[in-house]
Design a binder for this molecule. Structure first.
Ligand SMILES: *[C@@H]1O[C@H](CO)[C@@H](O)[C@H](O)[C@H]1NC(C)=O
Ligand SMILES: *[C@@H]1O[C@H](CO)[C@@H](O)[C@H](O)[C@H]1NC(C)=O
Ligand SMILES: *[C@@H]1O[C@H](CO)[C@@H](O)[C@H](O)[C@H]1NC(C)=O
Length: 193
């Protein structure tokens, strides 16, 4: 499957419409995508949009990766006091709506037991849970090689995580690659379609 600009646009629109709004109406989450697979040892992008009309200065945001396995008490911290700032640096425009987007790129530890998890975005104690599946690292290397090829043929992309493209590059990611990560997320979705 060769993905085109058209496919990317469709994926981008799908990604926008898939946004999940927090119960206290402070932010949306655009990544991770609910019920999508992500791969251990790869990047799990956690992206949220702050609403313009909300004063976020007194709100603290923690992001956790929580196992959904019965009887498990595994909770891994993705971010503590994540960025809640609303500056021109993070401002984005959608029509005449301004919002403020922040992203945390979490490297899923190799030690994570594959299975069902939720990514909990917790603002002042109110949680927005995004269910995801974590796949084992070993299963991903061949997939990553495939989806990373020049033709972008992601035939078996059932387990595409947006991070799969960045195999081996995780430690080199920094905030300036945020856009690239966003595009990769879109590409990941395109491959999954
Ligand atoms: C948040 O998500 C809702 C529901 O998808 C959408 O209508 C709204 O435009 C989004 N707001 C921002 C700022 O992203
Ligand atoms: C979590 O589970 C492990 C073993 O399953 C146990 O040793 C540990 O005490 C538990 N921690 C909490 C906080 O319940
Ligand atoms: C701008 O937002 C207002 C409501 O806040 C809406 O009525 C109007 O249609 C919007 N204009 C555009 C160009 O999207």
């Amino acid at each position: 499957m060769k993905f085109s600009v058209g496919a990317l646009l469709v994926a981008a629109m799908a990604a926008v419409s898939a946004q999940v709004t927090s119960p206290i109406g402070v932010f949306n989450v655009s990544s991770p995508t609910p019920n999508s697979p992500y791969v251990a040892k790869q990047i799990l992008p956690c992206t949220y949009q702050l609403f313009q009309d909300v004063d976020t200065s007194g709100i603290s945001m923690n992001i956790n990766l929580v196992s959904a396995a019965t009887g498990s008490n595994v909770t891994l911290n993705i971010a503590t006091n994540a960025d809640m700032s609303k500056s021109s640096n993070s401002a984005k425009q959608n029509g005449n709506v301004t919002y403020y987007e922040h992203s945390v790129n979490y490297l899923i530890p190799d030690t994570v037991v594959p299975g069902n998890y939720k990514v909990a975005f917790i603002a002042n104690g109110a949680a927005l849970d995004i269910p995801i599946t974590i796949l084992p690292a070993a299963a991903s290397s061949s997939l990553a090689a495939k989806s990373g090829s020049a033709t972008g043929s992601g035939a078996g992309a059932s387990s595409t995580g947006s991070g799969s493209i960045f195999t081996g590059d995780a430690t080199r990611l920094d905030l300036t690659t945020k856009t690239v990560v966003a595009l990769a997320a879109v590409a990941g979705i395109a491959l999954a379609l």
